[in-house]
Design a protein around this ligand. Structure first.
Ligand SMILES: C[C@H](O)[C@H](O)[C@H]1CNC2=NC(N)=NC(=O)C2=N1
Length: 94
């Protein structure tokens, strides 16, 4: 899969509310009510990632979930990252 240029990435990011470009990754940092809510969201995202066959790099500390997306097979950001980022944003917004 082809990596997107910085211009293409910035153009797509304008359509997303929660995501930024940091060090070659699409990044978001989300705060939930507590650990249970954060982990429940991780479970939902995990099923989505598996369905898309595209998986996040993430870390969880108590109620915070930080997610970094890139395509390691392509060594950059691709449409797959935007597809997963969009789905995550939709899930969070309900
Ligand atoms: C064969 C399998 O679909 C690939 O290895 C997928 C799995 N999940 C992946 N996830 C991410 N983030 N990047 C990849 O390049 C990637 N490759």
């Amino acid at each position: 899969m082809k990596t997107l240029t910085e211009e293409q990435i910035k153009e797509r990011l304008e359509k997303l509310e929660y995501w930024d470009l940091e060090e070659g990754f699409l990044v978001t940092s989300l705060d939930f009510k507590d650990f249970a809510d954060a982990f429940a969201m991780m479970t939902r995202i995990a099923f989505e990632a598996e369905a898309l066959q595209h998986h996040p790099e993430w870390s969880n500390v108590y109620n915070n979930l930080t997610i970094r997306l890139n395509t390691h097979d392509a060594d950059g950001i691709t449409e797959k990252d935007f597809k997963l980022a969009t789905r995550i944003e939709e899930i969070i917004k309900g």
